[in-house]
Design a protein around this ligand. Structure first.
Ligand SMILES: C[S@@+](CC[C@H](N)C(=O)[O-])C[C@H]1O[C@@H](n2cnc3c(N)ncnc32)[C@H](O)[C@@H]1O
Length: 249
C-alpha cells in the first residue's frame, strides 16, 4: 500500500467531522464545572485542539482567552471559521505548534486536551506541560482507558498495537499524581460521545468512500481498518472508554 494513498484516504475519512475524537459540549462543560475558582478571564491552552469543538465551547462558556494548538493547519483553519461563526473569534487563538515543544511567555490558568494526549503519552504530557501552568492551575484531559480488567482478546490485541500505552483508570490517576497534580475528579464519557460526533459521521463517510473507490483494494483496506475500530467499540464498549481526568497543580 502506498503511504500517499493511505494518508489521502485517512484525511478523506477525517476531514470536516464535528469532532476528531469522542466528546461532546456537555462533557466539556461538565469537566469545566469541576474546576473551583477558575478566574473569569482565565488563560486556557487547548492542546491538540483539532477542529476545536471544545475550544469554542470553552470560549462560549467563559470569558477566557483560549489558545488552541495543533500541527494540522486545515483543522486550525476550520477552528477559526467555527470561532467566527460562534462569535468568539476575538478570544480564540489558533496556533500551529507541537505538543512536544510548547513554550509561552506567560503561564496559563488551565491546560485542556481532548483525545490528544495519547500522542505524547499521558504521564509525559502531564509532566512536561506542567511548566506552562500557573501555580495552582488546572488540567483537564481525556484519555482512552481500560474500564475493567480482563478485556477480550480482540480488544486487547487491537489497542495493544494501536496504543500500547493505554492504561487503566487507576493507573492514570496514579500518573496524574506522579506528574504533580491533585485529582479533582474523573468521569467516563457516555457512549453517545463516541457515536454522535465521531463514529456515526465517520461510518457515513466510510460508506461513501467505499462507493467512491469500488475497485481499489488498497483504499478499501484503509477503510476496513478505520471501520474495524468502530465495530470494536460497538462490541466492547464496556471494557474501554474515554475518561476525563481533572487535576490541580
Ligand atoms: C484525535 S485528534 C483530537 C482533536 C480534538 N481535540 C478533538 O477532540 O476533536 C488529535 C489531534 O492532535 C493533533 N496532533 C497530532 N500531533 C500533534 C502534535 N505533535 N502537536 C499538536 N497536535 C498534534 C492532530 O492534528 C489532531 O487534531
Amino acid at each position: 500500500m502506498t503511504d500517499n494513498l493511505n494518508h489521502e484516504i485517512f484525511w478523506q475519512v477525517h476531514r470536516d467531522l464535528p469532532r476528531e475524537a469522542p466528546g461532546s459540549d456537555a462533557s466539556t462543560l461538565r469537566a469545566l464545572s469541576m474546576l473551583p475558582g477558575l478566574p473569569a478571564s482565565a488563560r486556557i491552552l487547548d492542546i491538540g485542539c483539532g477542529p476545536g469543538a471544545q475550544s469554542v465551547a470553552l470560549a462560549r462558556a467563559t470569558q477566557a482567552d483560549v489558545t488552541a494548538a495543533d500541527t494540522h493547519q486545515p483543522f486550525l483553519d476550520d477552528l477559526a471559521r467555527r470561532a467566527a461563526q460562534a462569535g468568539v473569534a476575538e478570544r480564540v487563538h489558533p496556533l500551529n505548534a507541537s505538543m512536544f515543544d510548547l513554550n509561552f511567555d506567560q503561564p496559563f490558568d488551565l491546560l485542556w486536551s481532548e483525545g490528544a494526549i495519547y500522542i505524547i503519552g499521558f504521564e509525559r504530557g502531564l509532566r512536561e506541560w506542567r511548566k506552562l501552568l500557573k501555580p495552582g492551575g488546572f488540567v483537564a484531559v481525556t484519555e482512552i482507558s481500560w474500564l475493567k480488567p480482563n478485556p477480550p482478546e480482540s480488544a486487547r490485541k487491537f489497542w495493544g498495537k494501536a496504543y500500547p500505552g493505554m492504561a487503566t483508570v487507576e493507573e492514570n490517576l496514579a500518573h496524574l499524581a506522579s506528574a504533580g497534580y491533585r485529582s479533582l475528579g474523573h468521569f467516563t464519557l457516555p457512549e453517545s460521545d463516541w457515536w454522535d460526533n465521531y463514529y456515526h459521521p465517520m461510518a457515513v463517510r466510510i460508506k461513501s468512500l467505499r462507493e467512491k473507490y469500488p475497485n481499489n483494494p488498497e483504499a478499501q483496506a484503509v477503510l476496513d481498518l478505520e471501520y474495524a475500530e468502530i465495530e470494536l467499540y460497538r462490541q466492547y464498549s464496556a471494557w474501554y472508554g474515554y475518561v476525563f481526568y481533572i487535576g490541580q497543580a
